[in-house]
Design a protein around this ligand. Structure first.
Ligand code: AR6
Length: 176
């Protein structure tokens, strides 16, 4: 496997327990919490996270914002907003690609070396998992090719299906 792909690991697990510098939240435009990963992160981090999020004034789709991690093992939470799947004609692919890029750009700015991502947009936002996996992996690998500051990216999958799909995508795109 090429060097870049060695920096990326796909695992099955819960993102809130990851011991990395930053975990990424699959948030919504309000940044005021929700269900899925967002709910789990807010519950584990504690109420101070919501207080800090209130001051951010939301986040457009495809962009990212950073807060502290509070009670989480991770020092930082990077909140990004993936697209809602509406059939694929509304720049969903571009927005999902941007969500990963924006998160990594912010990570680099904060000297974050290890970062864990959930499968953004594949839950409540309904993105087809195979398509989402391909875009996620391509976006991460493209970014890692341009910088050597971030040396550990974990793609945290919540079930076997997601795990196999993201693992396959990593194999496929790391050969290109
Ligand atoms: N750790 C890792 N992955 C998880 C966890 C967890 N603790 N919990 C769920 N997943 P979703 P979205 C997986 O719905 O599709 C929220 O309400 C889950 O199985 O969390 O981007 C926000 O506020 C799925 O594969 O995020 C937004 O309104 C993936 O994480 C909206 O949902 C993403 O599912 C965002 O929707």
């Amino acid at each position: 496997m090429p060097k870049i792909a060695e920096k990326v690991t796909v695992i099955i697990g819960d993102i809130v327990v990851q011991t990395v510098d930053a975990i990424v939240n699959a948030a919504n435009n309000s940044l005021l919490g929700g269900e899925g990963v967002d709910g789990a992160i807010h519950r584990a981090a504690g109420n101070e996270l919501l207080e800090e999020c209130r001051k951010l004034g939301g986040c457009p789709t495809g962009e990212a914002r950073i807060t502290k991690g509070y009670n989480l093992p991770a020092k930082w939470v990077i909140h990004t907003v993936g697209p809602i799947w509406r059939g694929g004609m509304y720049r969903e692919d571009e927005m999902l690609y941007r969500a990963y890029q924006s998160s990594l750009e912010l990570a680099q700015k904060y000297d974050i070396r290890s970062i864990a991502f959930p499968a953004i947009s594949t839950g409540a936002y309904g993105y087809p998992i195979e398509k989402a996996a391909g875009i996620a992996v391509r976006s991460v690998l493209d970014f890692l090719r341009e910088t050597d500051k971030i040396n550990n990216v974990i793609m945290v999958c919540y079930n076997q299906t997601a795990f196999h799909t993201y693992s396959e995508a990593l194999l496929q795109y790391s050969r290109q």
